[in-house]
Design a protein around this ligand. Sequence first.
Ligand code: CAA
Ligand code: NAD
Length: 283
Amino acid sequence: MTIKTVMVIGAGQMGAGIAQVFAQAGLQVFLNDMNEVALDKGMKNIEKLLARAVEKGRMEEEEKNSTLSRLTSTNTINDAQHCDLIVEAVVENMNVKTKVFKQLDEIAPKHAILASNTSSLPITEIASATNRASQVIGMHFMNPVPVMKLVEIIRGLQTSDETYQAIENLTHRLGKTPVEVSDFPGFVSNRILMPMINEAIYTLYEGVASVEDIDTVMKLGMNHPMGPLQLADFIGLDTCLYIMEVLHEGFGDSKYRPCPLLRKYVKAGWLGKKSGRGFYQYD
Ligand code: CAA
Ligand code: NAD
């Protein structure tokens, strides 16, 4: 199966990046969000990043224009009827995601693959909201999508080999590296990354060191490009909390207990970089 036209649902930090890399790889792309402001922000962000690539000499003006010509913003999910693949990148919440997948199952053509960019939620459960479980798969991009080379591909219990192969081939077309992963809470990436971030938050909560010092230890001591608290702000503290909750519930092990300070910040609306305040202040 050759994938030519895709829809990305959710134009937040992940959805906009995913739409950009698809359009750059020559696919026709619909970018959808139920929030007009978010959709507009997502499209503007793509334009800004492409303009910067031209400025830096990494892209010709012509390529920028042709990439943009392949991108259509839409406020209706009904455009899924024109697509071979739909990638969902809405909030990390099972109820919201299954509602989207139920709708997509009715609208998308019979041959279309339905993929989720979920960070941690079970693909098998998302697939059970549809009548095409063999064509449902996890396609987990990393943030920032245009820069990061990895795509974790998650097979649900009933994902077919044909579906897996189509997504693996597409990942190569995007210039990224696929890794095949089984459907377990947090997959590989967030099973390892998120407990580290949660532990960094506990380290702050227990007064062991300051925000800056915790990040400096991990940047200079372990050569991480960002400290764990800066990375948590970058990912979004709401997303970090949802992922820890999935790990905690999924494994039933207290070692995954989300730090109370993380819960407090999310309750306060301190969601990190996207809300202007998290462990750091952004203005
Ligand atoms: N979107 C697109 N491009 C971006 C970007 C963004 N948000 N931020 C930086 N870039 C690009 C810049 O344009 C720049 O390229 P040019 O120099 O050609 O313009 C390049 O990346 C390097 O950027 P900077 O020099 O400004 O900064 P840097 O060297 O510190 O790199 C970084 C920025 C790539 C984000 C780096 O800090 C990094 O790798 N951080 C860790 C990222 C990470 O761990 N991501 C995984 C998060 S977990 C996840 O995604 C899974 C999940 O489910 C939660
Ligand atoms: P975000 O909050 O930046 O964006 C989510 C967008 O989805 C918002 O613009 C919202 O308006 C939109 N949305 C919500 N419900 C919708 C619906 N029913 N229909 C259409 N649009 C809807 O979130 P994000 O950080 O882009 O995360 C999106 C998904 O990607 C989550 O599942 C998250 O776990 C996953 N993910 C996030 C990261 C990260 O670093 N932030 C990395 C990899 C994967």
